[in-house]
Design a binder for this molecule. Structure first.
Ligand code: SAM
Length: 447
């Protein structure tokens, strides 16, 4: 087998990311864009000793579950990798991903919680701006595995209004000849735009540049033509880095925050605070997590990695007291305001790293349940060790990366917990990412 060699193959199954799988010369071959049961011509793109990667270049026999991708950029964009399959197949792949990754544990496998809106569901978009070879202003997405920006008109998993605002900003930059960032030369001004929106139809726009600039005209136009934009920021990031947003925000127009409604509570959110990208399924995710926790009015609870307090304050409605811990200052400012906004007085927010701050709660009171919702890298071992030492009867672990959650659950099982159940939730339709709620309980619990 050689690089770029082509083969005719029949696809046996899927891997956990939704790639087709077949075998050539006893090697496992992962095939991008191929579906189970299909006969396809593939081209080898990467070879390792026991496995290799390949691309579908022609479909000879099509799966009945194949659909036409609605996105004209799916061949180039690394974002949505499951656009070519029907939703039934997508959900099976996601359930299988969770099942395979958690296979060493015995637990109840719950069916995936589905998404009703497969397109237009994302409430946050972050888009780089560049100039093309003709000198025209373009915006789009990074081509797979590169830093080349491919021009797009519309991202189909983002909402229409955000797509309109992007188009409008690009026209303004072009007409007023605003300097555009050149990543190769690391010069130029205008880098990216972040747009966030809420189910209550409020929009926040963040213009990312390498230096301060007078955008008062653009702000005036946006304000006139998009009354739903309630907040416009400038974020100045002069560093050549993969981290898009710096800590330097300047409010150009409107409110510091926009307001989301989650399960009937109001949440003010700043540009630097985390908010789940799929509002409707975020509500289903939180409801499932809270249901699994079996909360009651006598309980003291911790919500670790709490962001702007969106799970914390929903927990507060059902328990005696809840503590939220979060490292981002702006998110804790939001969380404290959100507590007041919703007239909640049985929640305390602590700013700091969970692994440090949880130690301060060890001797405070008996904790009956802890929620974790860490970033993709999962929890610090020292955090898990402290949780184990606290003898907390129940853990609800929400994860956007089942691989790191599995590593952490293994530590918790060694520390005396048992994984009871796992529920996949489809927050990221048309991509192979999946959110999971895992529920653990302390074995032979005694207090
Ligand atoms: C996946 S988000 C979850 C936020 C929130 N639970 C929600 O649903 O909106 C993870 C959060 O953990 C925070 N975070 C990351 N590392 C942390 C740490 N070591 N200690 C505390 N918070 C952390 C991030 O800032 C982010 O707000």
């Amino acid at each position: 087998m050689e690089l770029n060699e082509t083969f005719k193959v029949k696809i046996d199954s899927y891997d956990i990311n939704g790639y087709g799988v077949c075998h050539i010369d006893k090697k496992i071959v992962f095939v991008e864009g191929a579906m189970e049961g299909e006969t396809v011509i593939i081209k080898i793109t990467d070879i390792h000793s026991k496995f290799c990667f390949s691309k579908t270049i022609k479909i000879l026999e099509k799966s009945e579950h194949r659909i036409e991708s609605l996105c004209p950029y799916s061949k180039y964009c690394g974002g949505c990798d499951l656009l070519h399959m029907d939703y039934e197949t997508e959900c099976k792949i996601k359930e299988n991903r969770v099942r395979q990754t958690l296979r060493k544990f015995k637990y109840q496998e719950n069916p995936i919680i589905k998404n009703d809106n497969l397109y237009g569901y994302r409430n946050k978009i972050m888009v780089p701006f560049r100039k093309d070879e003709e000198g025209d202003v373009i915006y789009g997405f990074y081509e797979k595995m590169t830093h080349n920006v491919i021009s797009m008109d519309k991202c189909i998993i983002s909402n229409d209004k955000s797509n309109e605002i992007l188009h409008y900003i690009a026209r303004y930059l072009s007409i007023f000849n605003v300097s555009i960032y050149d990543e190769d030369k690391n010069n130029g001004l205008f880098k990216e735009v972040m747009i966030r929106n809420t189910a209550t139809n409020e929009y926040m726009v963040v213009l990312v540049t390498t230096a301060d600039y007078d955008f008062s005209n653009l702000v005036k136009y946006l304000n006139k033509d998009f009354p739903e934009i309630k907040s416009i920021y400038l974020n100045i990031n002069s560093k050549l880095t993969n981290v898009v947003l710096s800590n330097e925000y300047k409010l150009l127009y409107g409110n510091e925050t926009i307001t989301e409604d989650i399960l009937g509570l109001k949440f003010n959110v700043s540009p630097a605070s985390f908010m789940q990208v799929n509002h409707d399924n975020c509500e289903k995710l939180y409801s499932e997590a809270i249901k699994l926790a079996n909360l009651n009015k006598d309980m003291n609870v911790i919500d670790a990695y709490c962001g702007m307090g969106s799970i914390t304050l929903n927990i507060a409605k059902q328990v005696k007291h809840v503590y939220g811990i979060e490292v981002v200052d702006a998110a804790i400012v939001n969380a404290n305001n959100n507590k007041l906004l919703n007239n909640i007085n049985n929640a305390d927010f602590i700013c700091g790293k969970c692994e440090d701050e949880i130690k301060k709660l060890v001797s405070k009171e008996n904790i009956d349940c802890i929620f974790f919702d860490p970033p993709r890298k999962g929890c610090e071992k020292s955090f898990l060790d402290t949780v184990i030492s606290m003898n907390i009867p129940r853990i609800v672990y929400i994860s956007c990366n089942i691989a790191t959650a599995t590593r952490d659950i293994e530590i918790l099982e060694k520390g005396g917990y048992k994984l009871e159940s796992a529920t996949p939730v489809d927050l990221f339709s048309k991509t192979s990412h999946v959110e999971t709620v895992c529920c653990l309980s302390r074995k032979n619990f005694e207090k």
